[in-house]
Design a protein around this ligand. Structure first.
Ligand code: ADE
Length: 245
């Protein structure tokens, strides 16, 4: 996959591509990347890329000129061009699954009050929000989306790690424990030390249901639960109901 990031702050993006798992994916040739400073395409005396919004209001808006020249230089028309913005559709794991199939992704990092709408109309295929909060820059949001996508590409991380993780079947992941056996006078749940694989699976399934009920009850209505898991859920809710009495 080739990932191109158009930004005014390349120094925010570069460390992501040259660290950790992404660094390895780049080294293996699974991911290629290019960081483009679209200020380099400004053709005015001060390399100015933003201006006051028409109609008034606070802040500055990124002008279409330099940004669209940068987009043209990479032949962005018709490609998957992603603009992270708090006013976009909420980005989900399903979007990450879809985007991992693309050969090329282009990200536009906005700043200030956003970018001129005409650039969005002309080039952008997806406007994604990464959550209901506002960040200072599109760079951090782009990194979040790139991270969620590239880790799903074959060969980036171990397939087993992907098979049982939060959101795959609309349930959150179970808690994990490792050495040492005792930490701050808390011990590891006995079942995990029992060697009883059925017991461990059962415990983990229960924990996934409990965690989802606690933190994301909204996800349960969408979850495609097996009959076994439904029974477990009913058991848990019955037990909690009785405990509350
Ligand atoms: N830019 C600023 N805030 C954002 C958000 N929540 N999601 C995506 N892009 C953003």
């Amino acid at each position: 996959m080739k990932i191109r990031v158009l930004t005014l702050f390349p120094e925010m993006i570069e460390p992501f591509f040259s660290s950790s798992i992404m660094k390895r994916a780049v080294k293996k040739g699974i991911v290629e990347y290019e960081i483009i400073n679209f200020r380099d395409f400004a053709n005015n005396a001060y390399n100015k890329v933003d201006d006051l919004p028409y109609g008034g209001g606070a802040g500055m808006v990124i002008m279409p000129d330099a940004l669209s020249l940068a987009l043209e230089s990479i032949g962005a028309k018709g490609k998957r061009v992603i603009f992270p913005t708090p006013s976009g559709r909420l980005f989900t794991q399903q979007d990450a699954q879809r985007l991992k199939e693309e050969d090329e992704l282009v990200f536009i990092c906005g700043h200030y009050e956003g970018i001129d709408q005409r650039v969005i109309d002309e080039y952008v295929s997806d406007e994604f929000s990464i959550g209901d909060y506002v960040l200072t820059s599109g760079e951090t949001a782009s990194i979040v989306i790139i991270d969620a996508v590239f880790r799903l590409i074959d060969g980036v991380i171990n397939k087993d790690s992907l098979s049982c993780e939060s959101f795959n079947d609309k349930l959150l992941e179970y808690p994990q424990y490792t050495r040492s056996l005792r930490y701050c006078s808390n011990s590891v749940p006995d079942v995990l030390l029992s060697g009883n694989h059925a017991g461990i699976t059962n415990w983990r399934d229960e924990m996934r249901l409990k965690k989802t009920m606690q933190f994301r009850p909204d996800m349960l209505s969408d979850a495609s639960l097996s009959i076994k898991m439904r029974r477990k859920l009913i058991n848990i809710t019955d037990k909690e109901f009785l405990e509350d009495l």
